[in-house]
Write a protein that binds this ligand. Structure first.
Ligand code: NAD
Ligand code: 2HG
Length: 469
């Protein structure tokens, strides 16, 4: 059973009575000012009706990992109950907490595995307040009817700027000079310190971040080459190369911007470091699994690699704190931190005020749109379906949200159930094994709603149902 279903029908009916289909009742619902801030996908001159067939105060949102204040404000304006925690939670605590929440907001550390999601009886949607979604079992979530949203590019610029800073810092050994001076050592050297002008930057993964980095790097006089599994239009004078080896053989700096996938695990390991130019530099701000760290340590000890910057690690601490980054987390930590010209940062590539604020707004808005209207556009694991917002002229109209197994004959069954009413609009799409039907049906009396719900609930293909009005 999904969240806002039969158990919530009492609330549903109560709320319907409260609203009474009348615009005057809007003051009991979330503020219109918030709704006005939502980027509307379809404009209408009529006042949009706010669809919320549940008591908003019963809507529970759990926000972990210090999700930005902008998100809390948006959810508060909706009238939802928001619980906010600064860190992520260990599995057992997460399982307890997730049991009764309707939406959860996380960043990169919270692992929403099948085991955890199995306990999420009321969960309607998940917000990843970041780019990466590898921390969520996306297929399992979809099969449970849980839509997952992320922020695909709000922190791309922040990551690209960090990498630019690191390219110059590595070329000038800035980290080491700074540490030395902090401890009283004056070490004025130019040996193996370089300008970046005229050097070659090799970018692995030319997506949102890689291509931003390309533009910034060219502005500083670097030549840019890139390797990607798909053919992508080059920006500026950058050039795509056809093999990873070609990139590694020709780059003074190699920067990784690929997602975590089975194919990118240990993408850079001993053979790839061997293929790099002598004295080259490596930067990884993608995911910790992409670089085989013991091989990097060996290549740096052998002076094959002259410096590296790492922002992401195979295992990362759940929260900030002294002593959190140690051998019990990743067994090679002591070995790694002893290396010269190595910049280590605690997964802060996307951690700027600008990025976090934009992500907070973007993801909380997507979740609110999905909760309130059923609009799944932008979901990363779900069919993307949307219908024009209903307006107050459309009395007695109910929006049916029916998530179901993608098997033949379902639409016929559903349309039979809805056939006593006028189906004003209908939109259905599928994504793998899961399909999502959204329909606005008119001429529905309050007394019909429970019956429609119960009939849909008895269909074999049903994953979850919500009725909004
Ligand atoms: N350090 C941070 O704080 C931080 C912040 C944001 C994103 N990230 C990470 O950076 C990654 C990239 O972000 P993005 O927004 O540029 O993603 P994106 O999806 O826009 O681009 C990724 C690119 O990698 C390519 N790619 C995939 N597999 C590849 C492979 N095996 N070899 C070569 N290319 C491959 C894709 O074709 C795509 O062009 C994210 O998935 C995330 O894990 C880290
Ligand atoms: O903010 C985070 O925890 C993750 C940042 C980054 O890795 C992302 O995927 O956007």
């Amino acid at each position: 059973m999904s969240a806002l279903n039969i158990e919530n029908l009492q609330n549903t009916f109560q709320n319907a009575v409260n609203l009474g289909g009348s615009p005057g009742a809007v003051s009991t619902s979330p503020t219109q000012s918030f709704m006005n801030t939502l980027p509307r996908r379809l404009s209408t001159s009529k006042q949009q009706k706010i669809l919320k067939p549940f008591s908003t105060g019963d809507m529970k949102i759990l926000l972990l990992e210090n999700v930005n204040q902008t998100a809390i404000e948006i959810f508060n304006k909706q009238g939802y109950q928001v619980e906010f925690l600064k860190g992520s939670l260990p599995e057992e605590e997460l399982i307890e907490k997730i049991k009764d929440v309707h939406a959860i907001g996380i960043r990169s550390k919270t692992k929403l595995t099948a085991k955890v999601l199995e306990h999420a009886k009321n969960l309607v949607c998940i917000g990843c307040f970041c780019i990466g979604t590898n921390q969520v079992d996306l297929n399992f979530a979809a099969k449970k009817g849980i839509a997952v949203f992320n922020s695909p590019f709000s922190n791309s610029r922040s990551v690209a700027e960090l990498v630019i800073a690191e390219i110059i810092s590595l070329a000038r050994q800035l980290g080491d000079r700074s540490i030395e001076l902090h401890t009283g050592t004056w070490n004025k050297v130019s040996n193996k310190c370089w300008e970046v002008r005229g050097k070659t930057l090799g970018i692995i993964g030319y997506g949102h971040i890689g291509s931003q980095l390309s533009v910034l790097a060219e502005a500083m006089g670097l030549h840019v080459i890139y390797y990607d599994i798909v053919t992508i239009m080059a920006l500026g004078t950058a050039k795509q190369v056809s093999t990873l080896d070609e990139l590694l053989n020709n780059s003074d700096f190699v920067s990784l911007h690929v997602p975590e996938t089975p194919e990118t695990k240990n993408l850079l390991s001993a053979p790839q470091f061997a293929a790099m130019k002598d004295g080259a530099y490596m930067i990884n701000a993608s995911r910790g699994t992409v670089v085989d760290i013991p091989s990097l340590i060996a290549a740096m000890k052998a002076k094959k690699i002259a410096g590296a910057a790492i922002d992401v690690y195979p295992a990362e601490p759940r929260k900030n704190g002294v002593g959190a980054f140690a051998d019990d987390l990743n067994k090679w930590t002591s070995d790694l931190i002893s290396l010269p010209n190595l910049i280590l940062t605690p997964h802060i590539g996307g951690s700027t005020e600008e990025a976090q604020s934009a992500i907070g707004i973007e993801v909380s808005t997507a979740l609110s749109n999905y909760i309130n209207e059923g609009n799944s556009v932008g979901s990363v694991n779900f069919p993307e379906v949307s219908l024009k917002a209903l307006n107050y002229d459309q009395e007695n109209t109910v929006r049916v949200l029916y998530i179901h197994q993608n098997i033949p004959g379902v639409l016929r069954t559903v349309n039979n159930i809805l056939s006593n009413h006028n189906i004003d609009k209908q939109f259905s799409d599928s994504h793998g094994d899961v399909a999502y039907l959204m329909a606005d049906i008119s001429s529905v009396d309050q007394s019909d709603i429970k019956e429609i719900y119960e009939k849909l609930n008895q269909t074999d293909a049903k994953i979850s149902i919500r009725l909004l009005y």
